[in-house]
Ligand binder design. Structure first.
Ligand code: TXA
Ligand code: MG
Length: 326
């Protein structure tokens, strides 16, 4: 038995309803420097006022996130984004094609950018997006300030796609969670930077490379010898507590099998999409990992997933989940 004396008791965060009263309460917490988790179309974000250094510092400490890993800034309109970053012509085309939506653009900070330097980890660029989720946009309007928001999970763990996932991971470290149900996309935004004015894919995500290329032509893949860095792409990430084995075609003793498509159905304890639909599989991926984590399974085996469209983002997250832990 353990004794929790004064000062050691944990304060659980509030579950805030997606109605005017809940939004108002959430915005008040942000305006007074607090942390609120909110739904986006991709995953739940852990928001703080991006112009408040102390509030931004609280995000890093709540998540246990290394301070060299910069955050994404969320804004409600392109006009507001222009106060903080400088758009090139091609960046503007991408914003016009995909915002609001699951695309983050890494662009130079404006000379008088009011966003905390801590949020961009001291870099002279800023990652920014307009989320494609009604409640997220209402929340941004109610807060009336830019929101710095990484995914609302302890650093290195699986991103949350429901309010309950947030409470399970960070419940005692934040002020509240705005409950918007399950996130429709289910995987983080695609992060695009620019090298000599050409778009470079820094993180595969909810907008596919194929869709980006249909809008603006060739998109380069990030390479470590390039001039832009992607500090968040640590290999072990999105990791459940137990070992993960990829491209499995059988199930070993003690393993739970995460499958995809009809052919893997016989082996599957959880099938991400019986119909072999990558959009459905993406939406279910993190929830499946959270469920297996909660069941405290010994090991997870994952069947092969095609490396096309959203499959690229799924396989990226799976490789990180399976990587040696650091
Ligand atoms: O879908 C999403 O993007 C979610 C929701 C909440 O918007 N957010 C999210 O944030 O995934 P986070 O912090 O987990 O991932 C941010 C990624 C990291 O890989 C980080 O290194 C990269 O964006 N990033 C941020 N600022 C950057 C910059 N200035 N240059 C290069 N990469 C940057
Ligand atoms: Mg994250």
């Amino acid at each position: 038995m353990s004794f929790h004396g004064p000062g050691t008791s944990k304060v659980m965060s509030e579950l805030l309803q997606p109605d005017p009263a809940g939004l108002k309460r959430a915005a008040e917490k942000i305006q007074s420097g607090g942390l609120i988790a909110f739904p986006t179309e991709t995953v739940y974000g852990l928001a703080a006022d991006a112009s408040n250094d102390v509030a931004v510092a609280r995000i890093f400490s709540a998540k246990g996130r290394p301070s060299f890993n910069p955050l994404i800034i969320h804004v409600p309109t392109v006009a507001i984004a222009e106060k903080y970053v400088v758009f090139s012509e091609i960046a503007r085309q991408l914003a016009d094609s995909f915002w609001p939506g699951a695309l983050t653009l890494v662009l130079p900070r404006t000379a008088d950018c009011a966003i905390s330097k801590l949020a961009s980890a001291g870099l002279d660029t800023l990652a920014i997006r307009i989320p494609g989720h009604r409640l997220a946009l209402q929340f941004l309007a109610e807060c009336d300030r830019p929101l710095a928001a990484p995914s609302a999970n302890p650093s290195g763990r699986i991103s949350p796609t429901t309010a309950q996932h947030v409470i399970d991971g960070l419940g005692d470290a934040i002020s509240g969670v705005l409950d918007g149900g399950a996130c429709p996309v289910g995987v983080e935004s695609t992060v695009v930077g620019f090298e000599n004015n050409s778009p470079v894919l820094l993180r595969p995500g909810g907008v596919t490379k194929e869709a980006l290329e249909a809008a603006v032509g060739e998109v380069l893949l990030h390479s470590d010898n390039g001039t832009i860095s992607s500090p968040g792409m640590l290999l072990s990430h999105y990791a459940p507590a137990c070992p993960v084995r990829l491209n499995a075609t059988d199930k070993k003793p003690g393993e739970m099998f995460l499958g995809f498509g009809r052919e893997q159905d016989k082996l599957s304890d959880i099938n991400l999409s019986e119909a072999g639909d990558l959009t459905e599989a993406t939406a279910k991926l993190f929830a499946a990992f959270h469920m297996l984590d909660e069941m405290q399974v010994q090991a997870i085996a994952v069947g092969p997933i095609p490396e096309i469209g959203l499959g690229v983002a799924i396989n990226d997250r799976l490789r990180r989940a399976a990587a040696p832990r650091n």
